[in-house]
Design a protein around this ligand. Sequence first.
Ligand SMILES: [Zn+2]
Length: 220
Amino acid sequence: MVKKIAIGFSVGHWKNRLGIFLEELLNTVGFDFATIEIETIDQLKDEELKHEIEKWDPFIKHFHLWGEVERQYINEKKLPFPSEEKEIIIHSKNLEGISTFKLPPNTVVENSREDNFSRILSVIEPETKICLDISHAMASGYSLNDLLKIPDLIPRVSLIHVSDFLGKKTHLPLGKGSMNLEEFKNFLEETNVSHITLEVQGKARKILSSFTILKKILKT
Ligand SMILES: [Zn+2]
């Protein structure tokens, strides 16, 4: 089983330094694909951002939607950047109150913090894939072992967002929270997930060190 690693970034990073950062990563630790976070309609109109997205297109696998861009996508099923090859990630909490979603097939639903999987699985369509955010799941009171026992969850997970966590604190660099890396590795072996996005907040240095830890886990 091949594990792939992607880096999740906020658009703030993108605007100021993501292009430079991706170059740096590519020249140091290397990565297989990238996840781009988009939050505002203005960002969708930003020529500089469009240009960067075109430039990095071969590496971009997901657009991770937030805020008004996510609401627009859920309401209008309109892609932020027209491409059927990219996956679109939205958050489960924003699906509240609607029983069935006819979302485009390339949509992946991520578990929100303090959400539960029985609710998520009951509101999304059976064919919709799930992005399992480890920090959000732990902040919602699950253990890695609990996740393995939820009927129908693991076979539907097409992507994992990984970061460390400490109680309700999420998206910490790996090794800075309470996640047992050995347990996480065992958890991965129980799944068929082949794509993992490192979703760590903080400066480039912290992201780089988490990336190195993650690569080491996946290799051994
Ligand atoms: Zn996430």
